[in-house]
Design a protein around this ligand. Structure first.
Ligand SMILES: Cc1cc2nc3c(=O)[nH]c(=O)nc-3n(C[C@H](O)[C@H](O)[C@H](O)COP(=O)(O)O)c2cc1C
Ligand SMILES: CCCCCCC(=O)C(=O)O
Length: 413
């Protein structure tokens, strides 16, 4: 315990603490997903379904766990995805998250729906790499104005969220009648009265999104957005190869494979399941990143091994923020960084480029081997006599391993 706050060693402990410390409606808003929450749960399950095939004895003394994104190298292999209304978790909100990202050398994507304005977040964190998340509003001027403000404030990319044509059904929020509390406001919209009144209604957030966001948006609008800024545009919410190719066509510079943390369309694949299709579709023509369900350094390893150039966390950073503000977020990033480095070492890798496909297999790989092995005719246990002959041969390891192997093969026959 430090000052009554428990020390947390992993992301699950941060989550447990945050859930117990936050009000039930906020905890549900942060933790919950859409509809049956199947996608939400699958985002985690799919990582558990992937197993590591580590290589050993490969001199891993000189390791580098940094990753390079759009030509810039970051010490932290994990960045922060946009999450709305961070003052619900901590009084400093997005300012604290950005401070942690800066300290750990991680990218932070600021939600357009932040409780601190983009200018304030920047002013408090002049050296953090900040990307600005964007929606396309019915009133295009709102989007354009936000882009200009982000450019002026020195943000280095625009992240267009593409999976929010309409708002997902989050039954926990409906049951809780979740709305933004009256003491908070959306920092970027402070001068626009309408954007506050709407959010304080009982069905506030979903009504707001369904009335303000344009559900007629299409790839022409993405193309328009790409042309309307000098900043690189990153498309967030891509789950198919077809859409990944369209991102390329409209001139985007990055893709975030994301299902919005299971909060929008339910029954989509886990993001780690969708990643290979996207990577295969676009090859090296555009950088592909991922978020959704990342809680361990082994998850980062698996994502990078399957082709992600960088990895983002949403809820995990909120759990850190709720625990101890900026220090908590920094600690969460530190844990994931440490665990990723440890996974590299224990898998026989010194850097991300050393991770090979053979090191990551689906759980069924071992199930299939086991099934074949068990059903093969040669699985009958050898007689005690022939077993001990094999054992003796192993002990008498000859100088030539090949000679030794053929000897034991003969003995096994
Ligand atoms: C509380 C909460 C708020 C979110 N707000 C936004 C947002 O404002 N814009 C956006 O593009 N995505 C938003 N997301 C989705 C995240 O950016 C991200 O895709 C997702 O959280 C990743 O999954 P993870 O939480 O399992 O890491 C939000 C997610 C959560 C949990
Ligand atoms: C105040 C508007 C909330 C925007 C929705 C944030 C979001 O994307 C989420 O998943 O929640």
């Amino acid at each position: 315990m430090t000052g009554g706050i428990p020390v947390c060693c992993n992301i699950n402990e941060f989550e447990k603490f945050a859930i117990s410390a936050l009000g039930e409606d906020v905890a549900d808003y942060y933790q919950g997903g859409a509809t049956s929450e199947s996608t939400l749960n699958n985002n985690r399950k799919a990582y558990e379904n992937l197993k590591l095939r580590p290589r050993v004895m490969r001199d891993v003394s000189n390791r580098d766990s940094s990753l390079t994104v759009l030509g810039k190298t970051y010490r932290s292999p994990v960045g922060i995805s946009p999450t709305a209304m961070q003052k619900l978790a901590h009084c400093e909100g997005e300012i604290a998250t950005a401070r942690a990202a800066g300290a750990m050398d991680a990218i932070m994507i600021l939600s357009l729906m932040s409780t601190v304005s983009l200018e304030e977040v920047r002013a408090h964190n002049p050296s953090t790499t900040l990307w600005m998340q964007m929606y396309i509003f019915k009133e295009r001027d709102i989007t354009l104005d936000m882009i200009r403000r982000a450019e002026k404030a020195g943000f280095s990319a625009i992240v267009l969220t593409m999976d929010t044509a309409v708002f997902g059904s989050r039954y926990r929020d409906i049951k809780n009648q979740f709305a933004m509390p009256p003491y908070l406001s959306l920092g970027n919209f402070r001068h626009m009265e309408q954007h506050h009144v709407d959010l304080k209604c009982l069905t506030g957030i979903s009504d707001y999104i369904n009335t303000q966001f344009d559900d007629s948006v299409n790839w022409n609008d993405v193309s328009w957005l790409v042309k309307s800024t000098k900043l690189p545009v990153i498309c967030k919410g891509i789950l198919t190869g077809e859409d990944a190719n369209l991102c390329l066509e409209v001139g985007a510079q990055g893709i975030i494979v994301s299902n919005h943390g299971g909060r929008q369309l339910d029954q989509t694949p886990a993001t780690i399941e969708a990643l290979p299709e996207v990577v295969q579709a676009v090859g090296d023509s555009i950088e592909v990143y991922i978020d959704g369900g990342i809680r361990y350094g082994t998850d980062v390893f698996k994502a990078v091994g399957l082709g992600a150039k960088y990895v983002f966390i949403g809820r995990a950073s909120l759990w850190g923020l709720a625990h101890s503000g900026s220090n908590g977020v920094a600690k969460v990033l530190q844990i994931l960084h440490f665990e990723f480095d440890q996974t590299l070492a224990l898998c026989g890798c010194t850097c991300a480029d050393d991770i090979t496909r053979e090191m990551i297999v689906h759980r069924t790989y071992y199930e299939d081997i086991l099934k074949k092995y068990l059903s093969s005719k040669s699985t009958r246990r050898k007689s005690a006599k022939s077993q001990s002959k094999v054992h003796l041969a192993v002990l008498r390891v000859s100088k030539s391993p090949e000679k030794h192997r053929s000897k034991t093969r003969k003995l096994r026959k």
